[in-house]
Design a protein around this ligand. Structure first.
Ligand code: ADP
Ligand code: ZN
Ligand code: ZN
Length: 730
């Protein structure tokens, strides 16, 4: 038998693959692209993925090492997915080994072999469920655990239990708590929820996409919040499942999934797998394997779910396609939306991008004829679009974060039995602390940023680097005790509400109140059921959720996004406002939206309020065209950070000169300049922007350039990264 060589992608920052000799006894038939191998690498060992099997290698025989172990009989990544990751690695200029490592579940990356049967969970036994609380009066920790498990009758994995080993042991010994293995896929409902009859718009959308099942077609499903997009998704999935195929659904954030997942679960009699960042490694692999084995008929997941193997893929859906979090912002900076479209094209299945506020990119693709637009112009049932008003807060009394007119509106809506949602995209009590005596500000020692005041925790925390310290009682500068909380965050609003509306139950939903596993679900449930009358929160509250009783939505500070340097800031703000506003009046209540601003005359706000998102988007597209920005041009951002300003800028200058020397026409360079927040976590950051009217020209430059960057002398002193199609240039 002729010798056998493997081209292996090994996690490494180098833009290349590595050749290995395959031991003779491995058998050529087992060796195929997509299987994992354990190989010697540097001084240690790595798990890599075989990209190609060859009968010769350009590497001199003396330098070739032999692979140690073959981990798979069948590829962990089937050919279509391997092609997807390889394409993405080239397009985003990210090393293939690292790209594959991102695409694979952690356990596979580490070399795990074999199927995982289920995930271990702890839950109450029947005896445990029957225990009266006063039984455990003397053992508050055990009681707390018991109550936690009561709130989660289906069980919780070990790391989610708020208990130490002794507490858990004690309850197990009493026979009240037990461990069980939950199968990867949950049981499907015996009698699924019936599907409603579609309205004309929905029916048209479903018909248009189902007509294309079995081949590629890209659709933008544009429908205002509450227009029934999710219902369209479900009926499309049903049609896909009927053909015996699998469906892939991508959602931007974990916060969006609980309600969506519950709706999907109730509807389908085929199993559904959920993939999101809240899973532990076993849960993730479990879900991944059930999808790869074809057992999960529907996979719902965040970004990286786009890499899930689905042997019978029939349909791809991307919900909230405009959402920036579909783009990974570190490491492998891929756009899950764009890869979803690529994958659908390659695997010849329809892809539907749904949203109430389409990205300008997708609108442009519609205009270019690349996507078909499906429009749901109206809310379903009796729900009407909300009334939107701007609240001018100039010269308003400063003693309350809520304008008197907003307070009056809240009273009206609460009295009428409605729920009120207050949106503020800033968690914590106040953005910073100020000394009234000397002007000292609580700045982060490691960032060009203020530290956020967290009153209840009595801490100052930097939201950029995580640095924290105890809340000082005196000014570190002058010793004065006269410290003022400057500005407002959700925690402060919550405190204010408790004093102003003492009889109304208030619930706060932000990253601080939802850290614990299950906390978000619990709070969303309280919000949905209407237990809490006033909801206050950050963007976690803004998207995707359906709160039937909310009739008033207020955006407490629309000014944050009005004057940003980022070219996408206006688009972001418009989308956020429309999404938040969409939480109002979703069922039979008339909705009202109030936007607090110091700039009521701002054209963006005026356009949105008077003419709506479509008009805004049209104007924004015209501006982008005039400025030569995406979608009318392609961008790449080279970022560098170093221990000082100089090395970062020096590297970028050398990089820019190297790029110029390549002589690629049609690419412009902007910078290098220090990043808008230059210092972060003690590192100095700078950036160089590349702009090209043609995507092809940019890619032609990037290919050779990235290889040169690795070699630049100045590269040794910096950490750099390339961001192709950056979602922000900050
Ligand atoms: P979106 O995803 O666009 O926000 P949903 O699909 O969640 O909209 O629909 C909003 C509400 O209207 C939901 O409560 C949903 O159950 C209901 N709904 C959707 N389509 C129909 C329909 N054809 N008939 C009756 N109710 C519907
Ligand atoms: Zn002071
Ligand atoms: Zn910091």
């Amino acid at each position: 038998m002729s010798p056998c060589f493997l081209q292996v992608a090994v996690p490494s920052p180098l833009q290349r693959v590595f050749d290995y000799r395959a031991p003779a006894d491995w058998g050529a038939d087992r060796l195929q692209p997509g299987v994992r191998v354990r190989v010697p690498f540097g001084r240690g060992e790595q798990v890599g993925v075989v990209l190609a099997v060859r009968d010769r290698s350009e590497v001199p025989a003396a330098k070739l090492k032999t692979a140690h172990a073959l981990l798979d009989d069948i590829p962990v990544l089937p050919p279509d997915l391997l092609a997807l990751v390889q394409w993405a690695s080239r397009y985003y200029h990210y090393p293939i080994g690292e790209a594959l490592a991102t695409a694979l579940p952690v356990l596979l990356r580490r070399g795990h072999q074999g199927r995982i049967a289920g995930v271990k969970e702890w839950r109450l036994t029947e005896a445990g469920r029957a225990v009266a609380a006063d039984h455990l009066k003397r053992a508050p920790r055990q009681l707390a655990l018991l109550q936690q498990l009561r709130r989660h009758p289906a069980g919780l994995p070990r790391e989610a239990l708020e208990a130490n080993a002794a507490t858990l042991r004690a309850l197990v010994d009493k026979g009240w708590v037990e461990e069980r293995e939950r199968p990867c896929l949950e049981a499907v409902p015996a009698s699924p929820e019936p599907a409603p009859e579609l309205n004309a718009g929905q029916a048209g959308a479903v018909a248009a996409v189902t007509a294309r099942l079995g081949g590629y077609g890209a659709f933008l499903l544009e429908g205002v919040t509450g227009s029934g997009k999710t219902e369209v998704y479900m009926q499309l999935i049903a049609a896909c499942l009927e053909q015996g195929r699998q469906a892939l659904v991508l959602v931007p954030e974990i916060g969006l999934t609980p309600q969506l997942v519950a709706r999907f679960r109730g509807r389908f009699t085929r199993p559904l797998a959920v993939l999101h960042s809240g899973l532990n490694d076993r849960e993730r692999l479990c879900a991944w394997q059930s999808a790869a084995a074809g057992e999960a008929a529907v996979v719902i997941g965040t970004r990286s779910a786009v890499f899930t193997p689905l042997p019978r893929l029939g349909l791809v859906l991307v919900d909230e396609e405009h959402d920036a979090s579909l783009k990974q912002q570190e490491g492998f900076r891929y756009s899950a939306r764009d890869l979803a479209v690529w994958r659908a094209h390659r695997e010849a299945v329809p892809v539907v991008l749904g949203t109430a506020t389409p990205s300008l990119e997708s609108l442009y693709n519609v205009a270019q004829g690349r996507y078909a637009r499906l429009h749901l112009p109206e809310r379903t049932g009796s729900a009407r679009p909300p009334r939107v008003g701007l609240l001018d807060i100039r010269r308003q009394p400063m003693d309350s974060p809520l304008a008197p007119a907003l307070q009056a509106a809240m009273e009206r809506h609460l009295a009428a039995g409605g729920q009120v949602l207050l949106f503020l995209n800033r968690r914590g009590f106040a953005p910073t602390l100020l000394c009234h005596e000397c002007g000292w500000l609580a700045d982060c020692p490691r960032c060009d940023a203020h530290m956020t005041l967290h009153q209840r925790a009595a801490r100052l925390r930097c939201h950029h680097c995580g640095h924290e310290r105890a809340l000082p009682h005196q000014c570190p500068g002058c010793g004065s005790p006269d410290l003022l909380a400057l500005g407002k965050g959700t925690e402060r609003i919550e405190e204010y509400l408790a004093a102003r509306f003492p009889d109304q139950e208030t619930i706060r939903i932000d990253r601080d109140t939802t850290r614990r596993k299950g906390a978000l679900e619990a709070r969303l449930a309280q919000a949905t059921e209407g237990v809490a009358r006033i909801l206050v929160g950050t963007q976690m509250l803004a998207k995707g959720h359906h709160f039937p009783q909310v009739s008033l939505v207020a955006i407490l500070d629309a000014d944050q996004g009005l004057f940003s340097n980022d070219f996408r800031a206006a688009e972001r703000l418009a989308q956020l406002i429309v999404q938040v506003a969409g939480r109002a009046g979703r069922a039979d209540r008339a909705g009202e939206v109030l936007i607090q601003t110091h700039h009521p005359e701002h054209p963006l706000l005026q356009q949105l309020v008077l003419q709506g998102y479509g008009a805004f988007a049209e104007a924004a597209l015209a501006e982008r065209q005039a400025a030569g920005f995406p979608p009318f041009a392609s961008l790449a951002l080279l970022r560098a950070e170093a221990s000082g300003r100089e090395p970062a800028l020096a590297f970028l200058e050398e990089a820019r000169d190297a790029a110029r020397a390549l002589g690629q026409a049609g690419v412009q360079f902007w910078g290098p300049v220090p990043a808008p927040m230059e210092r972060r976590a003690g590192r100095y950051r700078a950036q160089l922007l590349l702009q090209a009217p043609e995507r092809g020209a940019l890619q032609q430059l990037l290919d050779p350039w990235v290889l040169q960057l690795e070699q630049l002398k100045s590269a040794r002193k910096v950490r750099w990264s390339l961001d192709v199609d950056p979602v922000d240039t900050l």
